[in-house]
Design a binder for this molecule. Structure first.
Ligand SMILES: Cc1cc2nc3c(=O)[nH]c(=O)nc-3n(C[C@H](O)[C@H](O)[C@H](O)COP(=O)(O)O)c2cc1C
Length: 167
């Protein structure tokens, strides 16, 4: 699969088989995340890997649109690190880039994933931080639900020429 194929064929996957995802694969995904571009090359992030079934189940209750976590083999919470960069705007943009990298790498490796929005919903940020007992300097931005896919999604056309401004 080349990069363009991965980008065009990735869809959010919310149903998973019960096949586990091994640690080497998780590390490969996080490595892909860590190669995302960051403002000033700050790499101001931390990645919380959640494999514990009970914690995933509790998160599925805590996140209003996170029911699929009950089936997920793994969750990755991408957090900005305020100790490294104080600028919230950059922290979130960096984490978004890492999130997309992780999801594309997951797709390439035959995994399905979906991005669960955390930032900028302050209630979700607070609930998840408290539940996972995160240090105050970590700002949760996105929660990625991952597993081997148990659904196939169509690929609707999304190219919209009228959304391009040429100068
Ligand atoms: C910032 C952000 C927040 C999202 N939050 C959720 C969410 O809470 N629950 C969910 O099921 N999907 C969530 N999604 C996934 C979108 O619904 C999905 O990307 C969109 O419908 C397009 O579908 P696709 O990913 O299959 O291309 C989120 C995506 C983004 C980028």
């Amino acid at each position: 699969m080349n990069t363009i194929e991965a980008i065009l064929n990735r869809r959010s996957i919310r149903k998973y088989t019960d096949k586990p995802v091994n640690k080497d694969v998780i590390l490969q995904l996080i490595k892909a995340g860590m190669y995302a571009p960051t403002a000033r090359n700050s790499r101001a992030w931390q990645f919380v890997v959640i494999q514990n079934r009970e914690i995933l189940n509790q998160l599925s209750q805590l996140h209003p649109y996170g029911k699929m976590l009950q089936e997920a083999a793994c969750g990755i919470l991408v957090c900005g690190d305020r100790n490294i960069d104080k600028e919230e705007g950059y922290l979130t943009i960096n984490c978004a880039a890492a999130t997309q990298n992780i999801m594309l790498a997951a797709h390439e490796l035959g995994l399905g994933s979906v991005w669960l929005g955390v930032y900028p919903r302050t209630d979700r940020m607070k609930d998840i931080s408290e539940f996972l007992e995160l240090s105050d300097h970590l700002m949760p931005v996105s929660l990625i639900s991952l597993g081997f896919p148990a659904e196939q999604r169509p690929f609707p056309e999304r190219f919209e020429l009228e959304k391009i401004i040429w100068k």
